[in-house]
Design a protein around this ligand. Sequence first.
Ligand SMILES: Nc1ncnc2c1ncn2[C@@H]1O[C@H](COP(=O)(O)OP(=O)(O)O)[C@@H](O)[C@H]1O
Ligand SMILES: [Mg+2]
Length: 283
Amino acid sequence: MIAEAQRGPYSEEEPSIRLEKLGRQQPAKRKPIVRYQSIHKSFGELEVINGIDLDIFSGEKIALIGPSGSGKTTLGRMLMTLEEPTSGSILIDDEPLWQMERKGKIVRANEKHLHRIRSKIGMVFQHFNLFPHMSVLKNVTLAPRSVLQLSKEEAEERAVEMLRKVGLEQKLHDFPAQLSGGQKQRVAIARALVMQPKVMVFDEVTSALDPELVGEVLTVIKDIAEDDDMAMLLITHEMEFAREVADRIVFGAEGRIVEQGTPEQLFENPQSDRLKSFLQRFL
Ligand SMILES: Nc1ncnc2c1ncn2[C@@H]1O[C@H](COP(=O)(O)OP(=O)(O)O)[C@@H](O)[C@H]1O
Ligand SMILES: [Mg+2]
């Protein structure tokens, strides 16, 4: 009963309290870096997101779990501006992503606006989509060169640093075909990190990998999660990993958030039948 009373309705204080417990930055300095507000998304007749409100605090690590088809990828893709919400708004760093102001009116965002805001977000997908005809180094320097307009030297310096972070500094001049799936996924992670995003979205980045390669990729993500300032939205079926890395677990089903809380709350004391039966499958 006590656990239930303590949980109460989810409040904005909760993630900060947990961050403090972990000895991270003072909660007072934390602010929402992403705010999903009353988000709906339909594909034709199919309503995929049914009214989602979710704040992600700067530096917060959220694991988004839920059955296949529940709208997790769509939620991530909307941050990356790959899908547009049917209604509602998404704020990034206090600015609307999909709307902008022009001559005192709120209008639909243009490419320039989307581009500027999107640069704060990095995303890694299930399938890595590296350019096969480019070396590892070239894959990682491409966006810093073309988007950030860094010099070749600056871009390479940053890229090498990121490739070192994911343990691939020996592979700079290899081509994707010479790498294992786990190594390719680590290049994809370095490619997103090199843009220094404020939020990283990882969408089931290990589910296309052979089982023996999953560990090396999760280890790299855990290592990156040590960065206190970067927020993460981890869409995953790796429950042990979610428990270890996440400050907060969000469980979604059928386009809604069904339950959320600390890993302890959700994994040890799930409240809804939906979550209970979902977790059963991972035991
Ligand atoms: N571009 C699209 N066009 C039509 N339906 C889509 C599109 N993208 C996703 N869907 C549908 O939306 C639902 C949610 O998909 P998704 O966000 O990928 O769920 P999850 O990642 O939780 O498995 C699914 O029924 C999927 O088939
Ligand atoms: Mg998905």
